[in-house]
Design a protein around this ligand. Structure first.
Ligand code: BTN
Length: 327
């Protein structure tokens, strides 16, 4: 069953072929020769694709023609739309899971390669920063990327900055919505949160084992629990129409891969420049709530490690590495 909860590492070759020839008839005979399977085996597979929402026309004379895909983030859909080299070499897809970051952690320990993706349509135990829960119903984009970068552990927080830039640019590019970054890693639109990023790392003193970047984007989900009303929103609520999740995901993966390869070869200069232009905090008065204290100041920049530089009232510049910022 194509939509089962088990991982789906073996690509469905028939689906890949149909996607590559969307809108065109493929004869049953050609398909059967290509894959060395019987016509009735093809018929069965076509029907299980139809069961999960694929609209496939069939004609005894012409064969099969894919007309429409369901709104699912299946690996074959991702591969057929994005031309990626590092990200998505392996994709684990779940219709429902606890938390993609938890799944990614297990997979990373088992040794999956750099760039492996874990994607779920829905999560029932998703986590946010600072031990908070993360609301993840159907309609959003919930994913984790497993990276094995060649940098030192101290550079890992820059991957969060990189991801925030990639998500913001992908939202702007695919929806036209004016998205902005709130330090350290929230993405806002219309003053409300549309995306959160949770980065987790396993490292030795001098080398990274792996970094897991969890990204949650409120795309077409509508319902927010009471405590999030006024704080969170979705791209659909802002735009007033459904957003194509696959187009947004492809744009995000493409940007993420571009900045990741660039960072490994040349560093984070470009990402930091982009971040500065997309960040809403710079030059503004902010309140920072840390683990033990709250203080006020003006955000002036980020330093080369991604820490926020805040000038306090007495003129002192403080480096802030974590915390919650309110405007
Ligand atoms: C935040 O607190 O802003 C970060 C939220 C991160 C949520 C994403 S959804 C996919 C991944 N899996 C999780 O359990 N969390 C992250």
């Amino acid at each position: 069953n194509i939509s089962s909860n088990s991982d789906r590492l073996k690509p469905n070759e028939l689906l890949m072929l149909l996607l590559a020839n969307k809108g065109t008839y493929l004869s049953g005979e050609d398909i059967s020769k290509k894959f060395g399977i019987t016509r009735s085996a093809i018929w069965k597979q076509i029907n299980s694709l139809r069961d999960i929402g694929y609209v496939i026309k069939s004609s005894p004379r012409l064969g099969y023609c894919l007309d429409e895909s369901p709104d699912l983030l299946l690996p074959e859909e991702i591969w057929s739309k994005s031309d990626l080299t590092v990200l998505g070499s392996k994709i684990y897809y779940y219709s429902i899971t606890g938390s993609t970051n938890e799944d990614a952690k297990k997979l990373a320990r088992e040794g999956v390669p750099d760039g492996t993706l874990v994607i779920a349509e829905k999560q029932h135990k998703a986590r946010g920063r600072m031990g908070r829960a993360w609301n993840s119903p159907d309609g959003g984009l919930w994913l984790s990327v497993i990276l094995r970068p060649n940098f030192v552990p101290m550079d890992a927080p820059k991957l969060t900055i990189m991801t925030a830039v990639a998500v913001t640019e992908a939202i702007i590019q695919t929806t036209g919505i004016h998205a902005e970054i709130k330090w350290p890693n929230d993405i806002l639109a219309d003053g409300k949160k549309v995306c959160g990023i949770l980065t987790e790392m396993s490292a030795e003193m001098d080398a990274i084992n792996h970094v897991i970047i969890g990204v949650g984007i409120n795309v077409n989900n509508n319902d927010f629990p009471d405590e999030l009303k006024g704080i969170g929103t979705s791209l659909k609520q802002i735009k007033g129409e459904n957003i194509n999740r696959l187009a947004l995901l492809s744009a995000l993966l493409k940007k993420l891969e571009y900045y990741y390869i660039k960072a490994e070869n040349e560093g984070f200069h470009e990402v930091f420049e982009k971040w500065r232009s997309l960040c809403i905090n710079l030059g503004k008065k902010i309140n920072i709530t840390g683990k033990n204290d709250v203080f006020e100041g003006t955000a002036i920049d980020i330093d080369e490690f991604g820490a926020l530089l805040v000038r306090t009232e007495n003129g002192e510049v403080v480096r802030v590495l974590s915390g919650d910022v309110s405007l």
